[in-house]
Design a protein around this ligand. Structure first.
Ligand code: ATP
Length: 124
């Protein structure tokens, strides 16, 4: 009889997901740009002494952008495998997938501006 919760299997899945995270930030240029942006935002957050709630909001945005980038990268790789040659459907799939990242990143930029701009203006 199988266990209701297989912890060894879950741990194995974590290891594969960790390898995916490492691969994402090691090989994907856009993901590295998002990583750099997040590092700058976190640095600015410490400098401007964000509140606990502000940290929650900012880190949620960072997580959403990274997750969107991961899904986009996975879709791109699958699309390249399925159709290395030009195909209009692959174009639509890749463009819409990239649009998902852009939408999340744009909202993150607006949220970041709403949180950081008043603090920056208060410095001068
Ligand atoms: N096989 C294809 N068929 C049709 N259009 C494609 C195909 N491959 C890429 N494209 C078009 O080129 C754009 C860029 O695709 P590409 O896979 O180079 O994405 P990218 O964002 O530059 O990712 P990366 O440089 O990380 O691989 C896509 O959004 C799509 O419009």
């Amino acid at each position: 009889m199988s266990h209701p919760v297989d912890l060894r299997k879950a741990l194995r899945s974590f290891r594969f997901a960790g390898a995916g995270i490492a691969s994402l930030f090691r090989y994907e240029n856009n993901a590295r740009i998002h990583l750099l942006a997040a590092a700058l935002v976190v640095g600015a957050g410490f400098w401007l002494q964000l509140s606990r709630m502000e940290w929650c909001v900012i880190l949620t945005q960072v997580g959403l952008v990274w997750a969107a980038e991961a899904f986009n990268t996975a879709l791109e790789k699958l699309a390249d495998l399925v159709s290395p040659d030009y195909h209009p459907t692959i174009k639509a799939v890749k463009d819409v997938s990239a649009a998902g990242v852009l939408l999340v990143a744009l909202v993150a930029a607006v949220v970041g501006t709403l949180i950081f701009l008043p603090k920056l203006l208060a410095l001068f």
